[in-house]
Write a protein that binds this ligand. Structure first.
Ligand code: MRU
Length: 360
């Protein structure tokens, strides 16, 4: 099963009979990029073409595509599509400037998840290095950028599989060493993280991502799951037998503090109170060793309408003020289970040493 965020490629059976179905949040082949418009789920599965960096920026900002890794992938692949069409240049300097500007622009779409910022930095460096080679050509730089984004897509898929395997083994050993049922409570949409047969999907206000996306995935994957509202989490822990809490991450910083969908912090507090292990599952590309503590993370604030309206219908009293941060920061000491990455499961205090050879 694929953990992480909304999976890029999704194997599942569901009500679509015995054969293996594949649901993809991102469809890419060289020169062509499409995204599943997640604003329309679960009612409609509609793919939209993304033909330019600007369109990717708009889709990310509007949350047609969302989740830290998917944001970076769509951003970088949209640049690949433009380059494949011949954008940028003529000349090496103009091409490099085009790539740098496009990446800097993409980073501004949403600030909290680190993945797009990291990819922008690494991809711009890769392009510059290629341009410095003896006999470098515009074509070679173009190819380097396109290939880099394509490799990211492949790596993300592999990382998700590793996180799922490592997380599943760890969870089973810790919560059900003799076998038996494991109940996992999750938040927002982090994809179909492995459970041993039973899961609990938690609704996520203000944007209903638990009900719209995670519930959709779990039904599709035929993982037994129960939808609850955010306000029911502590009661579920007290009365419904929660074995572990597993959430995703938009940015995990050097000391293990973690930004994830708003509401994660209160879940961690409730889990601590009930002695339930609390896990963060995230690829190393979501980790940011450049920031020391969670206080340095910029938290995105979204339009108030996401809270006052549901499906375009106003439910809040007219005139009320709204605060709508998209994320909150869970302090590392509340991440009692560990941080599950593709490289292993680490205690927050081990993260820096474990990842410093791989990422910055
Ligand atoms: O606002 P979103 O939907 O982009 O937020 C998604 C989350 O917070 C996820 O938990 C996180 O990005 C991890 S996805 C692997």
């Amino acid at each position: 099963m694929l953990p992480g965020c909304f999976p890029l490629r999704w194997q599942g059976g569901g009500e679509h009979s015995g054969e293996t179905m594949s649901l993809e949040a991102i469809r890419y082949s060289r020169g062509s990029l499409q995204i599943l418009n997640q604003l329309l789920l679960p009612q409609q599965s509609h793919y939209e073409a993304v033909g330019s960096v600007r369109q990717a920026w708009e889709a990310i900002r509007a949350m047609k595509v969302r989740g830290a890794p998917a944001i970076a992938l769509v951003g970088c692949l949209s640049l690949s599509v433009e380059l494949q069409e011949g954008a940028g240049g003529p000349g090496l300097a103009a091409l490099l400037a085009f790539v740098r500007d496009a990446l800097s622009f993409l980073v501004t779409a949403r600030p909290t998840a680190v993945n797009m910022a990291r990819a922008a930095r690494d991809l711009a460096d890769a392009a510059a290095l290629e341009a410095e080679r003896e006999g470098a050509t515009e074509e070679a730089v173009r190819e380097r950028v396109i290939r880099y984004a394509e490799d990211m897509l492949e790596k993300d898929l592999k990382d998700n599989q590793s996180i799922g395997d490592l997380g599943a083994h760890h969870l089973l050993e810790r919560t059900a060493p003799g076998g038996g049922k494991v109940t996992v409570l999750t938040h927002c949409n982090t994809g179909a993280l492995a459970t041993a047969g039973y899961g609990t999907a938690l609704e996520t206000r203000p944007y209903n991502q638990g009900a719209r996306l995670t519930a959709f995935e779990l039904v599709y994957e035929q993982i037994p799951a129960t939808l609850i509202a955010d306000s029911m989490a502590a009661a579920a822990m007290a009365h419904r037998g929660v074995s572990a809490v597993v959430v995703g991450a938009d940015r995990v910083v050097a000391n293990g503090d973690t930004a994830n969908k708003v509401g994660t912090y209160q879940l961690a507090i409730a889990a601590r109170h009930h002695g339930i292990p609390f896990y963060v599952a995230a690829p190393s590309s979501s980790c940011d060793l450049r920031l020391e503590t969670g206080q340095e993370i910029v938290i995105e604030e979204r339009p108030g309408q996401e809270l006052t309206d549901v499906n375009g219908v106003r439910i809040a009293a007219p005139g009320i003020g709204v605060w709508n941060p998209a994320f909150d920061v869970t302090p590392h000491d509340l991440i009692t289970g560990g941080i599950i990455t593709e490289l292993g499961v680490f205690a927050p205090e081990e993260l820096r040493a474990a990842l410093s050879a791989t990422i910055s």
